[in-house]
Design a protein around this ligand. Structure first.
Ligand code: CDP
Ligand code: MG
Length: 729
């Protein structure tokens, strides 16, 4: 096969694979004014592949209670179908069309796009709800949300009665939340249709208006009955959307539901492989970015990376290397996109680059199918993805970087051929592609199930093993999770939901271990501290440590660090930032104060974006615990109390120092090490609790606090005995 480029590094080879031509190039205009933009959007909408089958799709949904729609990424499923159904009358009696997404970013960006397409303000007819963020109102009829959000909503409204249609989008991703949701929706759909047929008979006798109700007129009958009794439901329409071509498994799961295929539009994509494996894929990605930028024609670049930290580091490296180029070659703009990116930043990737500039989008696998970014002509794919893995033996879940599946690699390369012929640079040899797994294992088979089990229990599903999962999770994983939920006090000895704690835990929008911490903290009089800590633990990388300013950033971090551990350190950062913000608010505008805070963050090597996210999370969970009636008080200077509360909450993650300086996790027996980023990395206390296990070449634990091991039998007697603890010293 011929090599790709002349000059620079030409380590790529062509492959035989080509995608098929099946459409036209769409225009992209950057200088449109509002009116022109509207017109352009309408034109874009009409030219989407899905537009030609609008009527048919609406009819299919009308005639089928459950419909599976399969269509290539970019065909218009996510943005268009809800609008078609809205126009088709599926909201006429106040029902909502709900669309679930596995990812927050997708829910937000798509809702914004659809609001714009409809010419309405976001949060009115079109809105979104994701954990820690709500942009809906009573007039919202098209509501995008994460699948996890809808699951939580089912806790309050088990029949999901506000929804007339629920569209489960990106079902091929098979996230754990999607899988649980599918099972739940199946039973909600049944329950709602039962509620239609059953009460008809009852009401002939009870409600004296039986003559109005004919069975063949069930839907109308229901809305009439609703006015009288208020407990009748309309049928629930389900649409399952997927970008994978295999609809069979979904169809079988839904009792042979009808599946339709929406034709996509795909131009040829030239696939290039490296000649030999790359030892440093980040470096290889950087070189490839510049090789494309300097040698290839116009078109934006999409790079698939594994997470926020990697994206931010590549972003800095690109900017640094750009400065070394002649000015004429510096017209390259970077745009990150990952799940926890604040929404105003997320939208930037969709804006066209200024004339003469090239965009390089640094994305996690969110850009694989969840969001379609216009203008992409080049894709760089290192072939890696961060995925959840769960070890049944230890009961510990961790995020590790693994190879993508063939299906993922194909989706990624497909992104280059949306608007014209493109190129995909796979940063691995072709022989490695052949060795990839065909598809990804559903997440439910490789994650800690505590959260979903608690949710299901709270929804009244007692028999978890017997629950109608599309693919059953491992039995041992279920047992492990039941056991840890029991130890956390969420379940009784019979594995029934413990009242009220189990219910309270299920309602808080954080993992069970954190909801337990919040509930306990109110008893330990340190809920104020715990709210901040839990909020800070929900966001990635609060500290920003650029490679070239390592020493400076370490010195800055010392100002906040606590000898007791990372939890108090995070608390210090949050409080100092808050004090700074409050002070700078005096005599100035809120915007100016926020700007000052951003500057302060930069000077103190704090990731301003993460801090802001933590503040949002804090305000939401504070609202949640207050609603529950928990008392938000502070332990003031009694930090011992706070550490005891951490021990009482995170006792499952307690570890004891070994003679060689490593640690043994007491509950699971796993050997771990303190991550170098922890403030306790050098001190190495005798006994610790931690919140995160990162598996790289070592098993590292992060977010650590020093505790006294004798607290464990005292505060978690359900897990540790005093006798047992005597053998630890
Ligand atoms: O769901 P599917 O992958 O089939 O397509 P979609 O997400 O509905 O996207 C349809 C088109 O809308 C894409 O071609 C994008 O160019 C455009 N779009 C956009 O411009 N901005 C967004 N935030 C989302 C979609
Ligand atoms: Mg989509």
């Amino acid at each position: 096969m011929p090599t790709m480029a002349q000059g620079g590094r030409s380590n790529f080879t062509h492959s035989n694979q080509q995608h098929q031509i099946n459409g036209k190039i769409s225009n992209y205009d950057s200088k449109a004014n509002l009116f022109a933009r509207r017109q352009k959007i309408q034109h874009q909408r009409k030219s989407l592949p899905i537009a030609s089958v609008e009527k048919r799709l609406v009819e299919e949904v009308r005639t089928n209670d459950t419909l599976i729609i399969v269509g290539e990424t970019g065909s218009g499923k996510t943005t268009q179908l809800p609008q078609y159904l809205f126009n088709g009358g599926f909201c006429h009696d106040g029902g909502i069309i709900g669309i679930t997404q596995p990812r927050r970013v997708a829910a937000v960006t798509v809702a914004k796009r659809v609001a714009e397409e409809c010419g309405v303000e976001l949060g009115q007819k079109v809105g979104y709800s994701i954990r820690f963020e709500d942009a809906t109102s009573s007039s919202t009829r098209i509501k995008y949300m994460t699948d996890g959000f809808l699951l939580r909503e089912a806790l309050l409204d088990p029949h999901l009665s506000r929804y007339s249609v629920i569209i489960v989008d990106e079902a091929h991703e098979r996230t754990v939340q999607t899988d649980v949701l599918l099972g739940l929706l199946k039973s909600v759909q049944k329950a709602r249709s039962r509620s239609i047929s059953e009460p008809l008979n009852i009401d002939h006798t009870k409600a004296n208006n039986g003559s109005l109700l004919k069975k063949e007129n069930a839907v109308q009958g229901v809305s009439i009955l609703k006015q009288h009794r208020g407990r009748r439901f309309t049928p629930l329409k389900l649409v399952i959307m997927s970008a994978s071509l295999d609809a069979r498994s979904f169809s079988e799961y839904f009792g042979g539901a009808r599946a339709v295929h929406v034709q996509g539009r795909q131009f040829p994509v030239d696939i290039l492989y490296t000649r030999s494996p790359e030892t440093d894929y980040v470096d290889a990605a950087l070189i490839t970015i510049f090789q494309i930028h300097l040698e290839e024609g116009p078109g934006d670049i999409l790079v698939f990376l594994t997470g926020q930290e990697e994206i931010e580091s590549v972003e800095r490296l690109v900017q640094e290397r750009l400065l070394q180029l002649p000015e004429v070659n510096q017209k390259l703009l970077t745009f990150p996109i990952f799940s926890s990116l604040p929404s105003e930043k997320q939208m930037k990737v969709f804006m066209p680059a200024p004339v003469g500039f090239r965009k390089v989008i640094l994305a996690t696998n969110i850009a694989e199918t969840s969001v379609t970014i216009p203008g992409i002509k080049y894709v760089i794919d290192p072939g890696l993805v961060k995925a959840r893995t769960y070890c049944c033996q230890t009961g510990i879940e961790s995020l590790i970087v693994v190879a993508t599946s063939k299906a993922q690699a194909l989706q990624r390369s497909g992104r280059a051929g949306r608007e014209g012929p493109g190129k995909c640079f796979r940063l691995y040899p072709e022989s490695e592609f052949q060795r990839l797994k065909d598809s990804t294992m559903p997440e439910i088979q490789r994650c800690n199930l505590s959260n979903v089990i608690l949710q299901l229990k709270a929804l009244g599903v007692d028999d978890i093993v017997g629950f109608d999962f599309m693919e059953k999770p491992d039995r041992i994983a279920i047992v492990r999770s039941l056991e840890s939920l029991y130890l956390l006090g969420a379940l009784t000895e019979e594995y029934k939901l413990a009242e009220p704690v189990g219910n309270q835990m299920a309602r808080l929008p954080v993992e069970p271990i954190y909801s337990k911490a919040l509930i306990l903290a109110s008893q330990f009089n340190c809920l104020e501290e715990m709210l901040i800590t839990v909020a800070m633990l929900q966001v990635e990388s609060i500290f920003y440590t650029p490679r070239d300013k390592l020493e400076e950033s370490r010195t800055a971090m010392k100002c906040f660090s606590s000898p007791e551990g990372d939890h108090q350190t995070l608390l210090n950062v949050y409080r100092t930032a808050n004090e700074f913000l409050e002070k700078s608010k005096i005599g100035t505008s809120k915007e100016k104060a926020e700007k000052n805070l951003r500057k302060w963050c930069k000077e103190n090597f704090i990731n301003g974006r993460s801090l802001r996210h933590a503040r949002d999370v804090h305000s939401q969970i504070k609202g949640n615990v207050e609603q529950m009636g928990l008392r938000v008080t502070s332990c003031e200077d009694d930090m011992l109390q706070f550490r005891r509360c951490l021990a009482a909450s995170f006792f499952l993650n307690a570890a004891l120092k070994q003679p060689d300086g490593t640690y043994r996790v007491l509950f699971s027996g796993q050997m771990v090490q303190i991550h170098p980023s922890s403030v306790l990395f050098r001190t190495k206390p005798e006994c610790i609790i931690f919140n995160e296990l990162v598996r790289t070449n070592h098993n590292y634990v992060r977010n650590i606090t020093r505790i006294d091991y004798l607290w464990l039998p005292e505060l978690a007697p359900q897990c540790y005995t005093l006798q047992e603890s005597e053998s630890w010293c």
